[in-house]
Design a protein around this ligand. Structure first.
Ligand SMILES: Cc1ncc(COP(=O)(O)O)c(C=O)c1O
Length: 450
């Protein structure tokens, strides 16, 4: 599917009529799952509000069934053909996948993980097969406390480690816990992922966006918000790639203490830093006011649905209560498998291999961009799995790229207003160096035409 700004209909109306037409002519059958609003916005290069409104309209007309937490589906028919409808050409399949936020899952260490899973199943105790502590299996929390202290400078004791089903799950738990304690407002970086606004809002809290500049989160702007907590990505701002500067870290900690507020530190890809030593976690500066959050999604695979938090002592009791009421904890056999994976040095080994691989891919991307698009200043390259490339008309470039089978994201996908400086967000984790070079050559041609 594609939409055009030159079309007489609005972008939202175009999405609605394309989907309505496809449902009525049977190319989208009842029960078919549609992309999430975020994915659709990324594919079409439009703001998320547009796709949310289009889906809501189609649901109101009876074409879509929308259920909380699930992708929208085509409702049960039958639907008649749309009068006078002409078939709309579909976007071609992706040939070059520069979409960020995904690791190279083809490198998942299947053998090592399978060995750890088998051992975990065979050796799990009767007690651990039962419900147990909602914060997680003791052995795993001990390994995580050691690992996070060693690798990220996190101040952690096992009793403060909480195993989650990934970062977003942990963030939801924290928001509900803070709301139950009287919090009203949570600050989010601008730009940042749209899911966070919804998670905050669903906990009954008000999300407020705070701008990010070249030094990271603007703490002066944060101080003007009256927020009770703030979500930050200090090691590698998502998605700009900026590192929170030392002076800003100090300012942020001073603000947290003065306001008795909490920072939720999303340390999503800090294991990948290529050109200098890793930047330590913010949590190390103030473990009583920073909730540290990590995830297995980037270091291993999103499918594991495993993450971890290190929480201040004052939050442990209320958070345990929240956890008991929601899901009683994460899958315990996987936790034991991960504990073994850490103990055997499998994670360190895997990360050493992946850092080399990702670094080579990043170098290929940066070199190809310098060769084909020498006037563009690529940023955010020191860490993580994506870079940021400023362009004038980000949305038009993304749309034109998608039409020739190049997938990527734009800053507009993460900006509250969908405006501001334009940039492409290019992930480099999943393609070989040769594919990256070929993809950049084609992308440069798209940019030249746009
Ligand atoms: C900014 C950010 N934080 C966290 C995550 C990881 O989320 P989860 O652990 O829920 O898979 C991602 C994954 O894409 C991300 O982009």
């Amino acid at each position: 599917m594609s939409v055009s700004r030159d079309h007489p209909e609005t972008l939202r109306a175009q999405i609605e009529s394309r989907l309505r037409g496809a449902i009525r002519d049977g190319s989208l059958r009842p029960g078919t799952a549609l992309p999430s609003t975020r994915d659709l916005s990324g594919q079409l290069g439009v703001s998320r509000k547009i796709t949310v409104d289009a889906y809501a309209q189609l649901a109101a007309e009876g074409y879509l069934a929308i259920r909380q937490g699930a992708r929208p589906r085509v409702a049960d028919g039958p639907f008649g053909p749309e009068p006078g409808a002409r078939p709309v050409p579909a976007d071609p399949p992706l040939r070059y996948d520069f979409r960020p936020s995904r690791p190279d899952v083809s490198s998942f260490p299947r053998e090592a993980w399978a060995r750890c899973m088998r051992e975990a199943v065979m050796e799990i105790s009767a007690a651990d097969l039962n419900y147990g502590d909602a914060f997680g299996v003791d052995g795993f929390r001990e390994s995580l406390a050691d690992y996070l202290g060693r690798v990220r400078g996190v101040v952690a004791s096992p009793d403060r480690v909480v195993v989650t089903n990934g970062y977003l799950h942990g963030m939801g738990l924290i928001c509900r816990t803070l709301a139950a304690r009287g919090a009203r407002r949570i600050a989010l970086e601008d730009p940042s992922s749209w899911e966070e606004d919804e998670i905050v809002a669903r906990a009954g809290l008000e999300p407020v966006r705070v701008p990010v500049d070249d030094l990271g989160l603007r703490v002066d702007a944060l101080a003007a918000t009256d927020a009770d907590a703030v979500v930050v990505t200090p090691a590698h701002q998502h998605p700009t790639g900026v590192v929170l500067a030392p002076a800003r870290r100090a300012e942020l900690v001073a603000w947290l203490r003065e306001r008795h507020a909490y920072a939720i530190e999303d340390d999503y890809d800090a294991e990948y830093r290529y050109d200098r030593a890793p930047v330590g976690a913010l949590q190390g500066l103030d473990p009583d006011h920073v909730i540290y959050c990590g995830t297995a999604s980037k270091v291993l695979a999103p499918a594991l649905r495993l993450g971890w938090m290190v929480v201040p002592p004052a939050l442990a009791g209320p958070l345990r209560h929240e956890r008991m009421l929601t899901d009683q904890g994460s899958a315990r056999i996987e936790q034991l498998a991960f504990a073994r994976f850490l103990a055997r040095g499998d994670l360190d080994r895997h990360l050493r291999r992946m850092r080399l691989r990702y670094r080579a891919r990043r170098d290929a991307l940066v070199a190809a961009l310098a060769h084909h698009l020498p006037s563009l200043r690529v940023t955010g390259i020191a860490a993580g799995l994506h870079v940021t490339v400023p362009v004038d008309d980000q949305v038009a470039v993304a749309r034109a790229a998608r039409r020739v089978g190049i997938g990527l994201s734009t800053l507009a996908d993460y900006q509250a207003s969908g405006s501001g400086t334009g940039a492409l967000i290019l992930g480099y984790s999943s393609m070989s160096e040769a594919r990256i070079r070929a993809g950049v050559a084609e992308l440069a041609a798209v940019i030249a035409r746009a």
